[in-house]
Structure formats: C-alpha cells, structure tokens
Design a protein around this ligand. Structure first.
Ligand code: NAD
Length: 304
C-alpha cells in the first residue's frame, strides 16, 4: 500500500527530529512552522513547505502536530487559517503535543463536526528519543484508527501504547510529568544539600547511582547537564515542564484531587522561570538552589 501523505506542524526541539525520521522512512512530508529557519532545515532534508496550517491540511491524509501548549494547538487546528479550514473529511489529526485533556477533547469534537478524525499521542523520551526514534508514545482515541496509523508512529517511537479514549494519552503524559517534575526538584534539593555539607558532587553521583535514590533522571541529567553546567544545550525547557505541572494542577482543581508535591514543585519551577531560567533545560532548577545556598554542584568542583 502506498505510504500516506503527511503534514507536520511544529518543527522545534522534538518535531525537527521526528520530521527528519519520517523523511528518512520515505514519507512525503509537507511542513509548517512559525520559525522560517526551522522550516528551511527540514525542507533541505526533502520536505515541502506549506505557508499555512490550512495549506498543510489541504494536501495530506494525516496531520501531525508537535506544538508547545494548548493555545498553539487550538490556534493551529481550530484558528483562522488552521488545519480544519483546509482539511478534507477523512483526514486524521494526530496531536503529539503535551496539552490538557479537555483541549484534546475540544479539538477532537470540533474536528468530528467536519468529518476529521483525531488521536492524542503525546511522547516521552526527550530530544534524544526523538532523534533516535525511540520515543514512548501514549495514544488516546479509537484503537482501530491507531492501528491504521501504527506504521507512522513506529517511525518515531519504539513503544506505542493505546491507553483509552481521546484525552487519555495526554492524561497519562500529565501523570508522567508530575513524577518528572517532583523527582527533578528532589534531585536538585538533595544534591545542593550534600554539596553544601561538604561531599564532592562526584562522590554523591557515584554512590547514589548504586543506591535507592537513583532514578532515570538522576542517571542522565546529573552527568550531562548539572555536572557540565551547560543548561542551554537542547533538552526539555523548564517553561514546558512548568506548563505540564500547571496542567496537572488545573486538572486536580476540576477533579478535587489534592496534589501537595506537584504544587510545591510548580512553585519551584515558577520561581526559576521568574529568575530567567525558563528557556534553559529543566535541570537548571538547580541553579536557583545553588544561588540561594552559595554552592555549585559541578564535576571536579573543589569545595570550600
Ligand atoms: P519547541 O518550543 O522547541 O517547538 C515548538 C515548535 O512549534 C516551534 O518550532 C514553534 O515555532 C512552533 N510553533 C509554535 N506555535 C506555532 C504555530 N501557531 N504555528 C506553527 N508553528 C508553531 O517545543 P518542543 O520541545 O519541541 O516540545 C513540543 C511539545 O512536546 C510540547 O508540548 C512539549 O511539552 C512536548 N515534549 C517535549 C519534550 C522535549 O524534551 N523537548 C519531550 C517530550 C514532550
């Protein structure tokens, strides 16, 4: 069977790798992004450029979106010049952004009115997973529709789960982000504490990795970001994590669920964003605590 024609909107830290992998797999890709440089880079790999989201929708069978947050997904899909304006009935939108469940459900409802189908398919695995096509993808929506598009998702991800109806993909992602945000704030707090009390950061890393305080995040973020002090390399922006925790808190309010630790973590990241760290990788949260206490958790740091 001929490969489906795909549109891709949102060629940022994640989307650019995902789009490149689709091109490599032989898909005919039409792309759009507000950032002309991002578009140029993907067009140079073989994609076609569309001047608007409606134009993307017009010429393809499947539209993938990888956008920062709820407002952008609403603007791209439902707004003036958006995908729904151009897409024919039967087109499928697969939104891979991390957004609130009620927004996925809203977009799905508006799409259905025009005969357009919708899956929410957020991802986990970061920019490395996007580049290596090893993302975990959690999909909400019709299972048969997912099966029909499995081949496309498998180009970008290694593990693909069907987790329920529309909105459940982003719900599972939200739960993952709560764990991520709480864990990372804990790592930052604990490492600053240990360093302030006089343990060499490398000793902390070596021993914790072999102990019960270890985690996936600890293993990766400590050597690659915290020890190098390079928080501006491609990663997961602190602002995006703060957005995800905000989604969880909104959802908790609507569902009357107390989220004590998520609330605390949200305040940490909000303070960090207010101090100008929002565009850096989320592990820059440690800079906030380091400044407060007057230590730096870096490899080879000679402590006073
Ligand atoms: P990003 O900000 O790097 O990229 C978003 C892209 O969308 C940008 O290129 C931007 O120009 C484009 N865009 C924004 N508004 C647009 C519009 N109206 N029309 C067209 N293009 C528009 O974000 P990212 O890091 O790639 O993340 C995308 C989504 O994936 C977010 O929801 C994020 O939470 C989630 N996510 C990110 C990571 C990560 O490690 N970066 C990991 C998992 C999930």
């Amino acid at each position: 069977m001929a490969k489906k024609k795909i549109g891709f909107i949102g060629l940022g830290a994640m989307g650019n790798h995902m789009a490149k992998n689709l091109i490599k797999a032989g898909y005919d890709l039409t792309v759009h992004d507000l950032n002309p440089q991002a578009v140029k880079a993907i067009v140079s790999c073989g994609a076609k450029e569309a001047k608007s989201c409606a134009e993307v929708g017009k010429g393809v069978e499947v539209v993938l979106t990888m956008l920062p947050a709820d407002d952008e997904v609403k603007a791209v899909c439902l707004g003036q010049g958006g995908v729904l304006e151009g897409a024919k009935p039967g087109t499928v939108i697969i939104d891979m952004s991390s957004i609130a469940p009620h927004t996925s459900q809203l977009v799905a409802t508006e799409a259905r009115k025009k005969g357009i189908k919708f899956l929410d398919a957020p991802v986990s695995g970061g920019t490395v997973g996007a580049e290596k096509a090893t993302l975990t993808i959690m999909v909400g929506g019709d299972k048969a529709l997912l099966d029909e598009h499995m081949e496309i998702l498998q180009v970008m991800g290694k593990t693909i789960y069907h987790v329920g109806d529309v909105g459940m993909g982003v719900t599972v992602k939200m739960v993952n982000q709560m764990l991520l945000g709480i864990n990372l704030a804990g790592i930052a707090e604990a490492l600053v504490m240990g360093t302030k009390l006089g343990v060499a950061p490398e000793i902390l890393y070596k021993v914790i990795r072999a102990s019960s305080g270890n985690s996936f995040l600890f293993d990766h973020r400590v050597p690659n970001y915290i020890f190098t002090g390079n928080f501006t390399q491609p990663g997961f922006a602190l602002d995006l994590l703060r957005k995800d925790l905000g989604i969880a808190l909104e959802s908790a309010k609507a569902n009357k669920v107390p989220l004590f630790l998520t609330g605390q973590a949200y305040q940490y990241y909000t303070r960090a964003a207010a101090e100008g760290l929002g565009k850096k990788d989320m592990s820059a949260i440690i800079e906030l605590l380091e400044k407060t206490v007057g230590v730096e958790v870096r490899k080879g740091k000679v402590l006073n």
